[in-house]
Design a protein around this ligand. Structure first.
Ligand code: NAI
Length: 379
């Protein structure tokens, strides 16, 4: 790399949740620098954030339209290379479309858009502009998730038969759960689903990523437990896969006391794997013929490429930020390859996975509201 890759940011203003994670993850390996931002829809808050981050006043913008226009007018050696979008769901589409129209690569948080129709339009735009688009499904970049993917691909589990993913949170158990909760349960800002859109998408993405299988049909039962909410805060979705496997996703944001209890189990004809987000350095392998074993980050028997995803010696815990950083660092390499006109195979979730997740969300919601037992996911 000849220079750092320059990042701009929309969202991630004072008091926001994931914006700070994006910034920390982007700078972890020293290959990306934040150069500008429109951190809030309120210009005063955006300025306060920029001051906290020691950004020059001239690179703090009142809104994203102003940021894209002014950055585009800067000399090539100064302007941002890509923008990160860390705003509520309803705004992802207009911001991403405008960024691409102005010639900037995009990193966008999940769910990719408000609707499937928007996700498809965004995919068309990415294809047309040939710019890079990264969707931050960060769980797919944990070393032990990559280990699981590699083991499954080489047949360690035999034929995959059953997949179970659960994601339980307690933070929406009460009606008044704070600022971040307000937009998440508002259909005008969140989308057709709160819980499935927010965390079911992580489960759907991780299942398809790890197994390489595709969900073909769903049978869903979504619920709204907190009175006054119009979107789901809990749900169970049975799944059918393209190889005949079965499974389910169980998600809840009203599971009182749970933190980020995200786990996945994959059962094959020869063995099974289990991974827990809250204990991410362990990957448990079981079979009917051998003693249970635990693969650990930084120990022997790693599959190729896993070592490059870790930074600390064994026993010094790594986790959420590092997995997020793996996505950013790979994206930075992709941007660099573009600058150098070199070929590069992206190793991060793309707009195609975004279309899949929105197809999943909309099919699940429709199925849960209707009387059909099973609904097919649109192509
Ligand atoms: P938040 O409500 O904490 O922060 C949103 C930020 O965006 C605020 O600073 C707000 O002022 C700003 N904003 C809103 N509209 C804007 C606009 N038009 N221009 C500039 N700034 C604007 O939300 P949170 O929890 O940080 O979520 C943001 C996004 O990240 C959501 O799409 C969410 O689904 C996703 N997310 C992803 C996670 C992951 O693990 N990958 C975890 C948490 C959130």
């Amino acid at each position: 790399m000849k220079r750092k890759i320059r990042m701009g940011m929309v969202g991630g203003g004072p008091g926001s949740f994931i914006g700070g994670v994006h910034r920390a993850a982007a700078r972890l390996d020293g290959q990306i620098e934040l150069v500008c931002g429109a951190f809030s829809q309120d210009p005063a808050k955006s300025k306060a954030m920029a001051a906290e981050l020691f950004l020059p006043k001239a690179r703090c913008y009142d809104n994203y339209a102003q940021m894209f226009a002014r950055e585009r007018a800067l000399p090539a050696g100064e302007r941002m290379d890509f923008v990160t979008i860390a705003t509520p769901n309803v705004t992802h589409f207009p911001i991403a479309m405008q960024a691409l129209d102005c010639g900037f690569h995009v990193v966008c948080d999940k769910p990719i858009t408000f609707s499937l129709a928007e996700a498809r339009k965004l995919r068309d735009k990415v294809r047309k502009t040939r710019l890079l688009f990264c969707l931050t499904h960060n769980y797919s970049a944990y070393p032990m998730i990559r280990q699981a993917k590699a083991l499954i691909a080489k047949g360690k589990l035999g034929k995959v038969r059953k997949i179970v993913a659960e994601y339980d949170l307690g933070w929406l158990a009460a009606a008044n759960a704070g600022k971040q909760a307000v937009w998440r349960v508002d259909p005008k800002r969140s989308g057709v689903s709160a819980c499935v859109g927010d965390i079911g998408t992580h489960a759907e993405h991780l299942i398809e990523f790890v197994t390489g299988l595709k969900i073909t049909e769903v049978c869903a039962d979504l619920s709204t437990f907190v009175i006054g909410r119009s979107l789901d805060d809990d749900g169970t979705v049975m799944l059918r896969f393209n190889n005949g496997a079965r499974g389910f996703i169980a998600v809840s944001e009203v599971a009182s006391g749970e933190e980020n209890q995200f786990k996945i189990r994959i059962y094959g004809s020869e063995g099974s794997l289990e991974w827990h987000q809250m204990n991410p350095e362990n990957l448990i392998y079981r079979s009917n013929t051998q003693a249970m074993r635990i693969y650990r980050r930084s120990w022997a028997e790693q599959e190729p490429g896993i070592a490059a995803l870790t930074r600390l010696p064994a026993g010094h815990p790594e986790g959420f930020i590092e997995a997020f950083a793996n996505i950013y660092t790979n994206f930075a390499k992709a941007v660099d390859a573009r600058l150098e006109r070199k070929a590069f195979k992206p190793d991060y979730p793309t707009v195609d996975e975004g279309v899949r997740e929105m197809a999943f969300v909309e099919t699940v919601v429709k199925n849960s509201r209707g009387s059909r037992k099973w609904s097919k996911l649109p192509a």
